[in-house]
Design a protein around this ligand. Sequence first.
Ligand code: SAH
Length: 395
Amino acid sequence: MSSFARVILKRGAEKRILAGHVWIFESLLLKTKGPLKDGDIVEVESYRGDFLGRGYFNHHSNIVVRLLTRKREPIDFEFFKNRIHRAFQRRHPLLQATNAYRVIFSEADFLPGLIIDRYGDIFVLQILTLGIERFRNEIVDVLVQLFQPAGIFERSDARQRTFEGLPLLKQDVWGSVPERVEFLENGLTFFADVREGQKTGFFLDQRDNRLLVRQISARARVLDCFSYSGGFSVSAAKGGAREVIAVDISETAIEQARENARRNHVADKITFRPENVFDLLKHFDKEGEKFDVIILDPPAFVRSKKAIEGALRGYKEINLRAMRLLNPNGYLLTSSCSHNLSENQFHHVLFQAAADVHRSFQVLQKIMQPLDHPILLTIPETYYLKSVLLQYLEF
Ligand code: SAH
């Protein structure tokens, strides 16, 4: 007999787990056996008594158990080391292009509740659940042993933690972490503000699209909407754009975009506008402004299933306006990072926007998040970033 408490599922509830998911909702739980505290490792069994795996328990969350393994293996330093090392090996195809990437993407890398981003020799840790919080020391030790980092910073300030009954926190956990962490991506130098920036400091998930923008921006007039720290604007300027306008509502973001532009010697090509994209698009439309490349990378408008209606309107509005602002043969690179909005729903919004402006667009590429933000086929929730490259054609 193992010393773990056991979680017994209702009849039939094992189906989803056998089909590859790792979440056990409270409603699927029949009973627990043995002494059990929140955050403990438990063994999960089907109604018939079949072993399904080991995971961690938290009654505060409506996901009461997240599976860590389907084997009877210990969950300890070696377990985390093995998981992290293997995930790192899967990132090898990226290492020539960049020294900044996501090392662990939670469920999709078989470590639900854990995110680890790497910016050169600085690592950023994000712990989303109590079950993972219990292993903070082991995880830090693994990172130190595997990568000898200069510093590790913890950005456990994601809203999701409140569902687990956890406080939001940001803290130094190892070595020293500078205010600005520099990294290289496809020959460009960017910095991430890992302490205070959005996400863990940079939108690593837009890497492939930055390269794409660079490839389509020669001699172009470019509008980068929701620019944050200027990843797309700098890429466009480096790709030979004639002129770039970067728009973000946050002054801090605009300041950081300026800094990234200076680092890459393209500040003179970019106009920075700390404004609301919705207003500016309307204004440009009225003024008859035209662009050759427009990038739309808004924040997740759909924060919950309920918010979907308003979000759809928001997506439609910005896409419709952008479509009208394009010169013939111009490109629109448009994204949605809301995981509550499906790919189909997003594509439908684009379809409706194009229909309303009476214009034809070729769909040149549909792009998903890059390989360091993997998607697990049997856990659709891991798919969140959907992008489409459209070209406006007259005929
Ligand atoms: N494209 C960026 C990431 C965008 S994140 C990159 O590749 O790095 C979304 C950004 O939208 C945030 O920086 C936020 O400040 C900004 N934002 C949110 N609402 C906005 C609005 N209505 N107008 C302009 N910017 C907005």
